[in-house]
Write a protein that binds this ligand. Structure first.
Ligand SMILES: [Zn+2]
Length: 278
Protein backbone atom coordinates (compact mmCIF):
# COMPACT_ATOMS: atom_id res chain seq x y z
CA UNK A 1 0.00 0.00 0.00
CA UNK A 2 1.14 3.51 -0.78
CA UNK A 3 2.09 5.56 2.24
CA UNK A 4 2.94 9.25 2.22
CA UNK A 5 5.96 10.60 4.12
CA UNK A 6 5.31 12.20 7.51
CA UNK A 7 7.79 15.05 6.98
CA UNK A 8 9.22 17.25 4.24
CA UNK A 9 12.84 16.10 4.76
CA UNK A 10 13.01 14.98 1.14
CA UNK A 11 11.58 16.31 -2.05
CA UNK A 12 9.83 13.98 -4.49
CA UNK A 13 8.78 13.87 -8.10
CA UNK A 14 6.52 11.54 -10.08
CA UNK A 15 7.73 8.05 -11.02
CA UNK A 16 5.35 7.85 -14.01
CA UNK A 17 3.20 9.93 -16.32
CA UNK A 18 -0.31 11.09 -15.44
CA UNK A 19 -2.87 11.84 -18.16
CA UNK A 20 -6.09 13.34 -16.96
CA UNK A 21 -8.98 15.13 -18.55
CA UNK A 22 -11.92 16.95 -17.06
CA UNK A 23 -14.17 19.96 -17.28
CA UNK A 24 -12.73 23.46 -16.89
CA UNK A 25 -14.52 25.74 -14.43
CA UNK A 26 -14.55 28.81 -16.70
CA UNK A 27 -15.22 27.36 -20.11
CA UNK A 28 -17.19 24.26 -19.20
CA UNK A 29 -15.13 22.58 -21.90
CA UNK A 30 -13.08 19.44 -21.63
CA UNK A 31 -9.41 20.14 -20.93
CA UNK A 32 -6.48 17.73 -20.68
CA UNK A 33 -3.19 17.64 -18.80
CA UNK A 34 -0.19 15.36 -18.86
CA UNK A 35 1.96 15.53 -15.73
CA UNK A 36 5.44 14.05 -15.51
CA UNK A 37 8.81 14.55 -13.85
CA UNK A 38 11.16 17.28 -15.08
CA UNK A 39 14.92 17.69 -14.78
CA UNK A 40 14.79 21.02 -12.94
CA UNK A 41 13.24 21.96 -9.61
CA UNK A 42 9.90 23.71 -9.61
CA UNK A 43 6.72 23.46 -11.64
CA UNK A 44 6.94 23.86 -15.44
CA UNK A 45 4.12 24.29 -17.93
CA UNK A 46 3.88 23.96 -21.70
CA UNK A 47 0.91 23.94 -24.04
CA UNK A 48 0.30 21.00 -26.32
CA UNK A 49 0.37 23.11 -29.50
CA UNK A 50 3.77 24.65 -28.59
CA UNK A 51 5.67 21.84 -26.87
CA UNK A 52 9.06 23.58 -27.02
CA UNK A 53 7.95 26.65 -25.10
CA UNK A 54 8.29 25.65 -21.46
CA UNK A 55 7.51 28.16 -18.71
CA UNK A 56 8.60 27.93 -15.09
CA UNK A 57 5.71 28.94 -12.85
CA UNK A 58 6.60 31.80 -10.53
CA UNK A 59 4.78 34.11 -8.17
CA UNK A 60 5.24 37.07 -10.57
CA UNK A 61 3.15 35.30 -13.23
CA UNK A 62 0.12 34.95 -10.97
CA UNK A 63 -2.89 37.06 -11.77
CA UNK A 64 -5.89 36.28 -9.68
CA UNK A 65 -9.31 36.37 -11.23
CA UNK A 66 -12.53 36.71 -9.30
CA UNK A 67 -13.03 32.96 -9.39
CA UNK A 68 -9.72 31.20 -9.54
CA UNK A 69 -5.98 31.63 -9.75
CA UNK A 70 -4.58 32.15 -13.25
CA UNK A 71 -1.05 32.51 -14.62
CA UNK A 72 -0.03 34.45 -17.71
CA UNK A 73 2.26 32.34 -19.90
CA UNK A 74 3.60 33.73 -23.16
CA UNK A 75 0.56 35.90 -23.86
CA UNK A 76 -2.13 33.47 -22.78
CA UNK A 77 -3.77 32.67 -19.51
CA UNK A 78 -3.88 29.33 -17.82
CA UNK A 79 -6.79 29.20 -15.39
CA UNK A 80 -7.68 27.29 -12.25
CA UNK A 81 -4.21 26.08 -11.29
CA UNK A 82 -4.62 26.45 -7.52
CA UNK A 83 -5.80 23.00 -6.48
CA UNK A 84 -3.21 21.15 -8.57
CA UNK A 85 -0.50 23.43 -7.09
CA UNK A 86 -1.81 22.68 -3.62
CA UNK A 87 -1.76 18.93 -4.32
CA UNK A 88 1.85 19.06 -5.53
CA UNK A 89 3.20 21.32 -2.77
CA UNK A 90 1.22 19.55 -0.04
CA UNK A 91 2.55 16.15 -1.16
CA UNK A 92 6.14 17.46 -1.28
CA UNK A 93 6.44 17.16 -5.07
CA UNK A 94 8.67 19.33 -7.25
CA UNK A 95 10.60 18.77 -10.53
CA UNK A 96 7.27 18.60 -12.36
CA UNK A 97 6.24 19.26 -15.96
CA UNK A 98 2.57 19.91 -16.78
CA UNK A 99 1.57 19.79 -20.43
CA UNK A 100 -1.81 21.43 -20.98
CA UNK A 101 -4.22 20.89 -23.86
CA UNK A 102 -6.73 23.69 -23.28
CA UNK A 103 -6.91 26.88 -21.24
CA UNK A 104 -7.55 25.43 -17.82
CA UNK A 105 -6.55 22.75 -15.39
CA UNK A 106 -9.53 20.38 -14.93
CA UNK A 107 -11.51 21.19 -11.80
CA UNK A 108 -12.27 17.50 -11.08
CA UNK A 109 -14.30 17.29 -7.86
CA UNK A 110 -13.29 20.75 -6.56
CA UNK A 111 -10.74 19.33 -4.11
CA UNK A 112 -7.17 18.05 -4.49
CA UNK A 113 -7.81 14.39 -3.68
CA UNK A 114 -8.18 13.18 -7.27
CA UNK A 115 -4.74 14.61 -8.11
CA UNK A 116 -3.35 12.87 -5.03
CA UNK A 117 -4.87 9.55 -6.18
CA UNK A 118 -3.22 10.02 -9.58
CA UNK A 119 0.16 10.62 -7.84
CA UNK A 120 -0.35 7.43 -5.82
CA UNK A 121 -1.25 5.49 -8.96
CA UNK A 122 2.03 6.32 -10.78
CA UNK A 123 4.11 6.51 -7.61
CA UNK A 124 6.69 9.01 -6.43
CA UNK A 125 10.49 8.94 -6.31
CA UNK A 126 13.09 11.00 -4.50
CA UNK A 127 14.24 14.11 -6.33
CA UNK A 128 17.34 16.18 -5.55
CA UNK A 129 16.45 18.48 -2.67
CA UNK A 130 15.79 21.89 -4.14
CA UNK A 131 17.07 24.98 -2.38
CA UNK A 132 13.72 26.63 -2.31
CA UNK A 133 11.07 24.01 -1.68
CA UNK A 134 10.88 25.62 1.75
CA UNK A 135 10.96 29.30 2.36
CA UNK A 136 13.03 30.16 5.44
CA UNK A 137 11.88 33.17 7.37
CA UNK A 138 13.92 34.99 9.98
CA UNK A 139 11.31 37.37 11.37
CA UNK A 140 7.60 37.45 11.93
CA UNK A 141 5.30 38.82 9.27
CA UNK A 142 1.81 40.14 9.86
CA UNK A 143 -0.53 41.41 7.15
CA UNK A 144 -4.12 42.53 7.31
CA UNK A 145 -6.72 43.46 4.73
CA UNK A 146 -9.88 44.96 6.16
CA UNK A 147 -10.76 42.63 9.04
CA UNK A 148 -8.84 39.64 7.69
CA UNK A 149 -5.37 38.85 9.04
CA UNK A 150 -2.51 36.52 8.18
CA UNK A 151 0.64 36.12 10.27
CA UNK A 152 3.71 33.92 9.87
CA UNK A 153 6.25 33.35 12.64
CA UNK A 154 9.51 31.37 12.23
CA UNK A 155 9.30 27.70 13.19
CA UNK A 156 11.11 24.41 12.49
CA UNK A 157 8.02 23.00 10.78
CA UNK A 158 5.08 24.25 8.79
CA UNK A 159 2.02 24.58 10.95
CA UNK A 160 -1.23 26.25 9.88
CA UNK A 161 -3.99 27.52 12.16
CA UNK A 162 -6.95 29.01 10.33
CA UNK A 163 -10.35 30.44 11.26
CA UNK A 164 -13.29 31.54 9.13
CA UNK A 165 -16.49 33.26 10.18
CA UNK A 166 -19.60 33.38 7.98
CA UNK A 167 -23.04 34.69 8.87
CA UNK A 168 -24.66 31.51 7.48
CA UNK A 169 -25.48 28.81 10.00
CA UNK A 170 -24.32 26.05 7.67
CA UNK A 171 -20.75 27.39 7.97
CA UNK A 172 -20.62 29.71 10.99
CA UNK A 173 -17.26 29.92 12.78
CA UNK A 174 -14.81 27.14 11.96
CA UNK A 175 -11.18 26.68 13.03
CA UNK A 176 -8.61 24.09 12.05
CA UNK A 177 -5.01 23.45 13.04
CA UNK A 178 -2.56 21.20 11.24
CA UNK A 179 1.10 20.20 11.42
CA UNK A 180 1.61 20.02 7.71
CA UNK A 181 3.39 17.08 6.02
CA UNK A 182 2.45 14.95 2.98
CA UNK A 183 0.55 12.40 5.08
CA UNK A 184 -1.49 14.93 7.08
CA UNK A 185 -2.16 16.93 3.90
CA UNK A 186 -3.51 13.88 2.08
CA UNK A 187 -5.67 12.71 4.98
CA UNK A 188 -6.99 15.98 6.37
CA UNK A 189 -6.85 18.65 3.66
CA UNK A 190 -6.78 17.20 0.13
CA UNK A 191 -10.36 15.80 0.14
CA UNK A 192 -11.95 19.14 1.14
CA UNK A 193 -13.95 20.64 -1.72
CA UNK A 194 -14.37 24.25 -2.69
CA UNK A 195 -17.57 25.91 -1.50
CA UNK A 196 -19.82 28.69 -2.69
CA UNK A 197 -23.19 30.28 -2.21
CA UNK A 198 -26.33 29.60 -4.20
CA UNK A 199 -27.11 33.26 -4.99
CA UNK A 200 -23.58 33.95 -6.11
CA UNK A 201 -23.62 30.77 -8.16
CA UNK A 202 -26.79 31.87 -9.98
CA UNK A 203 -25.43 35.37 -10.60
CA UNK A 204 -22.21 34.04 -12.09
CA UNK A 205 -24.01 31.51 -14.28
CA UNK A 206 -26.26 34.27 -15.63
CA UNK A 207 -23.13 36.26 -16.55
CA UNK A 208 -21.94 33.24 -18.52
CA UNK A 209 -19.12 32.60 -16.05
CA UNK A 210 -18.34 29.33 -14.31
CA UNK A 211 -19.80 27.33 -17.20
CA UNK A 212 -18.16 24.25 -15.70
CA UNK A 213 -19.39 24.85 -12.14
CA UNK A 214 -21.85 22.28 -10.86
CA UNK A 215 -23.04 20.49 -7.77
CA UNK A 216 -20.47 17.82 -8.67
CA UNK A 217 -17.46 20.11 -8.09
CA UNK A 218 -18.44 22.53 -5.33
CA UNK A 219 -20.29 22.47 -2.06
CA UNK A 220 -23.14 24.94 -2.36
CA UNK A 221 -24.49 26.74 0.69
CA UNK A 222 -27.94 28.32 0.87
CA UNK A 223 -28.58 30.18 4.13
CA UNK A 224 -28.69 27.60 6.88
CA UNK A 225 -28.31 24.54 4.69
CA UNK A 226 -26.06 22.80 2.22
CA UNK A 227 -27.73 22.25 -1.14
CA UNK A 228 -25.71 19.12 -1.91
CA UNK A 229 -24.79 17.17 1.21
CA UNK A 230 -23.21 15.03 2.54
CA UNK A 231 -20.01 16.83 3.53
CA UNK A 232 -16.75 14.91 3.62
CA UNK A 233 -15.87 16.54 6.97
CA UNK A 234 -18.11 18.57 9.32
CA UNK A 235 -15.71 21.45 8.80
CA UNK A 236 -14.96 20.92 5.11
CA UNK A 237 -14.97 24.70 4.32
CA UNK A 238 -12.11 25.62 6.68
CA UNK A 239 -10.09 22.65 5.45
CA UNK A 240 -10.57 23.86 1.87
CA UNK A 241 -9.37 27.34 2.92
CA UNK A 242 -6.14 25.68 4.08
CA UNK A 243 -5.94 23.75 0.79
CA UNK A 244 -6.15 27.08 -1.06
CA UNK A 245 -3.49 28.66 1.18
CA UNK A 246 -1.06 25.82 0.44
CA UNK A 247 -1.68 26.28 -3.30
CA UNK A 248 -1.18 30.04 -3.01
CA UNK A 249 2.19 29.57 -1.26
CA UNK A 250 3.39 26.77 -3.56
CA UNK A 251 5.28 29.04 -5.94
CA UNK A 252 7.33 30.79 -3.25
CA UNK A 253 7.85 27.57 -1.28
CA UNK A 254 6.03 26.50 1.87
CA UNK A 255 7.44 28.58 4.72
CA UNK A 256 9.01 26.97 7.76
CA UNK A 257 6.63 28.92 9.90
CA UNK A 258 3.60 28.87 12.07
CA UNK A 259 0.91 30.55 10.01
CA UNK A 260 -2.20 32.03 11.59
CA UNK A 261 -5.04 33.15 9.37
CA UNK A 262 -8.35 34.79 10.14
CA UNK A 263 -10.82 35.05 7.22
CA UNK A 264 -8.28 33.95 4.65
CA UNK A 265 -8.69 34.59 0.92
CA UNK A 266 -6.62 34.20 -2.25
CA UNK A 267 -5.79 37.92 -2.17
CA UNK A 268 -4.65 37.83 1.48
CA UNK A 269 -2.61 34.69 0.79
CA UNK A 270 -1.01 36.41 -2.20
CA UNK A 271 0.12 39.29 0.04
CA UNK A 272 1.86 36.81 2.34
CA UNK A 273 3.42 35.03 -0.65
CA UNK A 274 4.86 38.31 -1.97
CA UNK A 275 6.26 39.36 1.38
CA UNK A 276 7.82 35.90 1.90
CA UNK A 277 9.57 36.33 -1.41
CA UNK A 278 11.12 39.70 -0.47
ZN1 LIG B 1 -10.09 26.38 -3.78
Amino acid sequence: MFSWPTNYDFCYTLAGVISREGIGLHSGEKTRVKISSYEKEGYYVSFRDKPNEIFKLSQELIGSTMLCTAVKLGGRNLYTIEHLLSAMAGCGLSYIHIEVDGKEIPLLDGSAIQWVREFEEVGIKKAPNPDDFFREISKSIIINKEDSVIAATPSEKTKIISTISFPYKAIGIQSFEIDLNPKSFVEMIAPARTFGFKDQFQELSELGLIKGGSLENALVCHNDKWVNPPLRFDNEPIRHKILDLIGDLALVGLPRAQILVYKGSHSLNALLASSLKN
